[in-house]
Write a protein that binds this ligand. Sequence first.
Ligand code: GLV
Ligand code: GLV
Length: 330
Amino acid sequence: SRPKILIARAISPEVVTVLEQHFDVRSNQDDIAWSPAELAERLQGMDGVLTTGSQRIDAALLAACPQLQICANMAVGYNNFDVAAMTAAGVQGTNAPDVLTETTADFGFALLMATARRITESEHFLRAGHWKDWRYDLFAGAEVHGSTLGILGMGRIGQAIARRGAHGFGMQVVYHNRSRLSAELEADCKARYVSKQELLSTADHLVLVLPYTPEAHHTVGAAEIASMKPSATLINIARGGIVDDVALAKALASKTIAAAGLDVFEGEPAVHPDLLALSNVVLTPHIASSTMGTRRAMAQLAADNLIAYLGGQAPVTPVNRLEHSRRSAA
Ligand code: GLV
Ligand code: GLV
C-alpha cells in the first residue's frame, strides 16, 4: 500500500496534488495551528510529515509516532527539529535551502532600507495626520549607499545580501562567520572577513543571518549592542533568540543604536511590548521568504524530499545522517 503522509499546514494546492500522486495524503488545508498533542494524534499511522517551522519535532513526539520515518521542513532553518532525537530514533530530517535565498535576501535589504530611511515610522506619521509642512530634517535617516554593511552569518543568504550591498549600493561589506569564505566567494561578494568585535564596531548596518542553535542564543545582547555605532541599525532576519530582545528594546529606547528592523522575535508570534512601544523599530511577522513563487518552491522541495525518501532514494536536502533508520526497519 502507498505510504501515508500528513501536511501540517495549508500549502499550494498544486503541491498537494503532486503529493497525492505518490501518497495517501492527510492535509490541513483549513490551516489550523495544532497543539503538540493534536499533531501527535494526527500523525498516528503516518510515514512522513511535511512541516513548516512551527511544528516541534522532539523525542516525545517521535516516541508517540513510531511509524514516522521522515520530517520534511519547508524552511531553511530547522530549530523546530530536535535533530539529535530524530537521529537517535532513526527519523530522517530535511530542510528547504537554496530556493528561498534570493527572495529572503531581497527582504533583508528591504528591511534594512525601511529601517535606515524610517519608511514605516514616517508613514504612521503621515496617516495620523501629523504632516503639516516641509521641514529640513523631517525623518532624516541613515545613509545606505556607500556605507559599511556588516553581515553576521555568511551562508547563502548572507552572500546574496552582500552582493546586493556591494554591487547595487556601493557599500563596503564586512562579515563574520564560523568559517571564512573562499577567496573566490569573498571577491564575488566584495566582502572582507573581520572579527566579531570589528564587525560590531564598524558596521553602519548590521544584518543577522546565522542559523539558530543553542550556542547562538543571545549572540547579540547588551554588550554587543553597546559596542555598535550610535548611528547604527540592526536587522534580524535570522531567528528569534539570536538577539536579546529586552536588551535591544532598552538600547533603542536610550539611543545606544539608532534603529532596528526585526522579522523574527523571541517567543514569536508574541512580540515584546517594549519593542511595540518604540518608534525606531520596524517590525514584520516572519515573512522574509514569503512570495508565492518562493513559498511554492519551498513546499515543492519538501515534497521532493518526501517522494525521494519514502520511495527508497536518498533525501534531496537532508539535515541528519542516519546510522539506522526506521525506513530500513520497516
Ligand atoms: C524561515 O524562517 C526559514 O527558515 O525558512
Ligand atoms: C543558511 O543556511 C543560508 O542559506 O544562508
